[in-house]
Structures are given as structure tokens and as C-alpha cells.
Design a protein around this ligand. Structure first.
Ligand SMILES: *Cc1c(COP(=O)(O)O)cnc(C)c1O
Length: 394
């Protein structure tokens, strides 16, 4: 008999009833150190008093009115995002997937309104993840996402990760945009080289093609900058945001330049819940913390410490781990043993990590994790690796 919850998820045998900062707690009191943050979502940790306060204060006033009316919290959050980024304008969604939908629509509508309706094609990279909607899976293109769900939304092409020559030769008269995660998340914590992001910008400008950054996972302070592309010193025309921006409350956004957004005129797009008062009240509180340069500086300091300790871990367990990679507090351990075994061994040490493609274990702690907690996390990884290596010998 089919379970009452549609069985699409492979779940760990863990049930958490409470969260505190970098910790998740089971009913029996077992405390797990959280290096997953709900897949890079709980950017400020669990039950952060600032966010709890923002949410409960708003909950006592007004939850939802729809976008038929002005929403003060939505306006405030849009202003914060515009003030702190390349963007001139923002549309709010409830998820990263919905942000992908609009990014694709916006790019196509831009060229349609420019009198070039043939420009519909979007070039993406292999190993990408852009969400699970029809546009999201077509944009990513991987067989794991698309198999059995045809006919796929047409107008997408894919090139190998980081292969800029392939992008150059894929760009043609029908190209509307290139879409890229500055750091691939699901694909295995693969940062694009700064030089390559720069080259991509130059290439898109030369060809008259829009550039879309998917910062759903790597944005909102995760890499030690407010958005990951800032490291490369380039800006996109359109950017997808979600995950961390809501700190655990469902919230996403599409940020765009005035030019790129010019096709999205009155009545061309909408959402019932998008930008609701609850989500935006929390989003404002997240932005106030994360956009503070002192906060980002701390993320960078902790990231440096974490990375250094992880290099030591990898050196100490050459039969379990191959390398550390990533950016800021978006780190990956490329494994030699199956990454699922490493994640499971972590559970045995009351440590949460997240598997990704390319046999990588993702480490995406709350940005508020302390230096002591980082040391504790590496000690637990060390214990897990020691047990794994011993088991592998038996
Ligand atoms: C998670 C993710 C998405 C999809 O976001 P949802 O909120 O799950 O719909 C899109 N792009 C990237 C890079 C992601 O990591």
C-alpha cells in the first residue's frame, strides 16, 4: 500500500522536534550538530530569537492579504535587496523553483518585447539544479531529474560544467540567456572560477545574451559575500534567490536590472502567496543581519578556520576523503568511499551533513555557527571517518 505521504523522498531515520542555533534535537534528547541547515536554508540557525520575534510579531498582526493590495513588509524587503545588490527590481516567490520559472519567463519576454521573439533558448550547465518544475528540470537537463517527465519544455541546451568554449559555440541567433549557479550545490559544491564567471559576462555582453545567476543555494551570505558572484566582480541581469533569504520560512525572489525586467509589465506575472507579510517580515530580519559587513567578515573568518581543519581531516583519512572544495561556508568533501556512507556514519556521531552529486558530502552549517562548534563538527567527522575506515578493512 502506498504510504500516506507520497514516497518520493529517501529519508534518514531521524525525527527532530526542536532546534537551537546549530543543533537539532530528537524527542529522546539526542542533540545533532547541524552542518546541513535544512539544505542551506537556516542561515541564522534554528529558532534564532531575532527571526522568532520577527515572525511572531507579524503573526499577531497580519498573515496574508494577496498582491491585490500594498504589502509594507514586501516593499521594505525589496528596498533592502535593491540597496544591497546590482538589482533595480524584485519579484517575490515562495521557493527557488518558482524563481526559476520567472527567470525563464523574464528572459524570453525581454526578447519578445525587443522584437526578437526567436530568442527563446537558454543555455545551462551539466550538473546544474534549478528546481523541480517543468522549466526547472528542463533548465538543468540531467536525466535523474527529467527521465519519464517528457515532453520536456523546449528551448534549453546544456554544456559541460565550466566549458566556456562550449558556451561560445552554443550561443546562436535563438539564444535568450545563459543560466549558471556561481557555485553548484546539488551538483557537488563546484564553484565556477572567478575568471570564468567574468569571461561568461563578457561573452554574454558581446553576443547580446542575458546572464542569469541561480544563487538559490550559494547566495545570502553563504560564501562570505552577500551574493557569491560578488567575489568575481561581475553582476548578472537576472538572479534567482531562495533558501537562506527566508532563514527557514518559505521565501524566494527574482532580482533583475531595470532593462532585463522591462518585459514584465502589468499583468504578465503574479503569485497568490509570493511576498506575503509573514515571509517578508522574516526576510527583512534575515537581510538586516546578513547584509552587515561585520557579519560577513565573521563568516569569512569561520570559513577559513573550517577549511583549514577540513584539510587536516582529509590528510588524516586519505582512504575516506579525497579533497575539500567550495567557498565560504558552502563546503564539500569529495569522498573516496560512497558519500552516503559518510553521511550515515556522521549520524552515528550525531552530526548532520548532506550528500550531493559527484560523491560529495556537503557542509552547509548555519552562518551563525561558532568556532567551538566548527571544532566539534570536525572532531565528529574525524570519529565517523575513523569508524568507516575500520569497517572498510573488515
Ligand atoms: C534548492 C535549489 C533550487 C530550488 O529551490 P526550491 O526552493 O527547492 O524550489 C533551485 N536552484 C538551486 C541552485 C537550488 O539549490
Amino acid at each position: 500500500m502506498i504510504p500516506s505521504v507520497l514516497p518520493t523522498y529517501s529519508r534518514a531515520p531521524l525525527t527532530f522536534v526542536k532546534g537551537e542555533g546549530s543543533w537539532m534535537i530528537e524527542a529522546d534528547g539526542r542533540r545533532f550538530l547541524d552542518l546541513g541547515a535544512g539544505i542551506a536554508v537556516n542561515a541564522l540557525g534554528h529558532a534564532n530569537p531575532v527571526l522568532v520575534n520577527a515572525l511572531t510579531e507579524q503573526a499577531g498582526k497580519l498573515w496574508h492579504v494577496s498582491n491585490l493590495y500594498n504589502i509594507e513588509q514586501q516593499q521594505a524587503l525589496a528596498d533592502k535587496l535593491v540597496d544591497n545588490t546590482f538589482a533595480d527590481t524584485v519579484f517575490f516567490t515562495n521557493s527557488g523553483t518558482e524563481a526559476c520559472e520567472l527567470a525563464v519567463k523574464m528572459a524570453r519576454k525581454y526578447w519578445y518585447d525587443k522584437g526578437q521573439p526567436e530568442k527563446v533558448e537558454i543555455i545551462g550547465f551539466e550538473g546544474a539544479f534549478h528546481g523541480r518544475s517543468s522549466a526547472g528540470i528542463a533548465a538543468a537537463g540531467g536525466e535523474k531529474l527529467t527521465k519519464g517527465f517528457g515532453p520536456l519544455l523546449p528551448g534549453f541546451r546544456h554544456v559541460p560544467w565550466g566549458d566556456l568554449e562550449a558556451v561560445q559555440s552554443a550561443i546562436g541567433d535563438e539564444t535568450a540567456a545563459v543560466i549558471v549557479e556561481p557555485v553548484q550545490g546539488e551538483g557537488g559544491i563546484r564553484p565556477m572560477e572567478d575568471a570564468d564567471l567574468k569571461a561568461l559576462r563578457v561573452m554574454c555582453d558581446a553576443a547580446g545574451v542575458l546572464l542569469i545567476f541561480d544563487e538559490v543555494q550559494c547566495g545570502v551570505g553563504r560564501t562570505g559575500r552577500l551574493f557569491a558572484h560578488e567575489w568575481a566582480g561581475v553582476t548578472p541581469d537576472i538572479m534567482m534567490v531562495a533558501k537562506g533569504i527566508g532563514g527557514g520560512f518559505p521565501l524566494g525572489a527574482v532580482l533583475a536590472t531595470e532593462e532585463a525586467a522591462s518585459g514584465m509589465t502589468l499583468g504578465t506575472h503574479g503569485s497568490t502567496y509570493g511576498g506575503n507579510p509573514l515571509a517578508c517580515a522574516v526576510g527583512c530580519a534575515v537581510m538586516d543581519v546578513v547584509s552587515d559587513p561585520a557579519f560577513l567578515e565573521e563568516v569569512n573568518t569561520k570559513a577559513g578556520l573550517f577549511r583549514q581543519k577540513l584539510e587536516g581531516l582529509v590528510a588524516g583519512h586519505p582512504d575516506v576523503f579525497e579533497a575539500v572544495r567550495g567557498s565560504g561556508l558552502m563546503l564539500g568533501l569529495k569522498c573516496k568511499l560512497p558519500c552516503g556512507d559518510v553521511v550515515a556514519a556522521g549520524y552515528g556521531e550525531e552530526l548532520i551533513t548532506v550528500p550531493a552529486a559527484d560523491n560529495v558530502v556537503r557542509l552547509l552549517p548555519p552562518l551563525t555557527i561558532s568556532e567551538e562548534e566548527i571544532a566539534e563538527a570536525v572532531a565528529r567527522l574525524d570519529a565517523a571517518a575513523t569508524k568507516l575506515a575500520a569497517d572498510a578493512k573488515d
